[in-house]
Design a protein around this ligand. Structure first.
Ligand SMILES: [Zn+2]
Length: 292
């Protein structure tokens, strides 16, 4: 009897795990950098990355790359179109790695952004700026950072910013609406692990601020499920969060399946409509995409 019960428990755990989220995913933080695709050394040509998106139910992506050619390649690729994947192109501020530490004061970056915006891509106009990084939040006050934030709000472009909480306030201050109309995706929602209460405060202060959840410390707990305070925050702001793969190095492409699988695990623990919002609807609504 005891043995039979044990076997039954093994087959049917006492607390049945919720099924993983099985719906569509909007990957709101994707890079297709040069080293992924360029030349014979590029291990992830377009068909490879499309196959990864496809088998993971990724139907739309925010594409950006260093330099911007990777994004343009995705935007014009027949494979992407055939797979039914929507490319939402962003202008990356980096031509090379040196630009990471200097873009916020480099007028040639401002000019490059204007040129790219005027050109657009085969998938249509650029819809946003970024991802950009600010390792020191004081640089959010740099002359080019100021100009680009004002430009983004004026042109209704979405900004993808890898910054700390202090820089969020600074960047928002550079827009005409003081952040009330600025469409900003906070990459990683504070990669340094800023407290949930502070995230909450910023979300309350800036009505269009959204949080992308890759690499967010403290998001998941045992078994890859959401930690309680994050479950609470995601519930409070269910229309404000997004998923991202952040394929900033080739290794992230290698583990693309695992990243998406990880998201599906904790999404499965949320009410179905909320999971769907975070996985797909919020991104689709932000850019006016149709449901797959
Ligand atoms: Zn990134």
């Amino acid at each position: 009897m005891r043995r039979a019960l044990g076997a039954a428990l093994l087959a049917f755990p006492l607390f049945a795990a919720a099924a993983d989220y099985a719906g569509p995913i909007f990957d709101a933080h994707l890079h297709y950098n040069e080293e992924a695709w360029n030349g014979s050394a590029g291990p992830h040509p377009v068909p490879d990355v499309v196959a990864r998106m496809k088998r993971n139910g990724v139907h739309a992506i925010v594409a950006n790359s260093r330099p911007n050619d990777g994004t343009k390649n995705l935007a014009s690729a027949a494979e992407v179109k055939q797979a039914g994947i929507t490319v939402v192109p962003f202008v990356r501020l980096y031509r090379n790695r040196a630009d990471y530490d200097n873009w916020f004061r480099d007028e040639t970056i401002h000019q490059m952004v204007l040129t790219e915006l005027s050109r657009g891509t085969a998938s249509g106009a650029f819809r946003g700026l970024g991802e950009f990084h600010l390792y020191d939040s004081a640089n959010a006050d740099g002359p080019v950072a100021r100009k680009l934030m004002a430009l983004a709000e004026e042109k209704d472009l979405v900004v993808l910013a890898h910054v700390d909480d202090v820089a969020i306030d600074k960047l928002m201050a550079h827009t005409a609406s003081k952040g009330q109309k600025a469409r900003v995706i906070w990459a990683h929602t504070g990669i340094g692990g800023v407290p949930v209460a502070r995230v909450d405060q910023l979300f309350a202060r800036y009505p269009l601020l959204m949080g992308e959840l890759s690499y967010r410390p403290g998001l998941t707990c045992e078994g890859g499920k959401l930690c309680p305070e994050w479950r609470q925050l995601l519930t409070k702001y269910a229309t404000r969060f997004l998923l991202g793969s952040d394929t900033w190095v080739n290794q992230r492409w290698q583990y693309y399946d695992d990243t998406m699988k990880g998201y599906r695990v904790w999404l499965g623990d949320l009410p179905a409509d909320m999971a769907r919002r975070i996985a797909w609807d919020n991104g689709a609504n932000l850019f006016g995409l149709k449901t797959p």
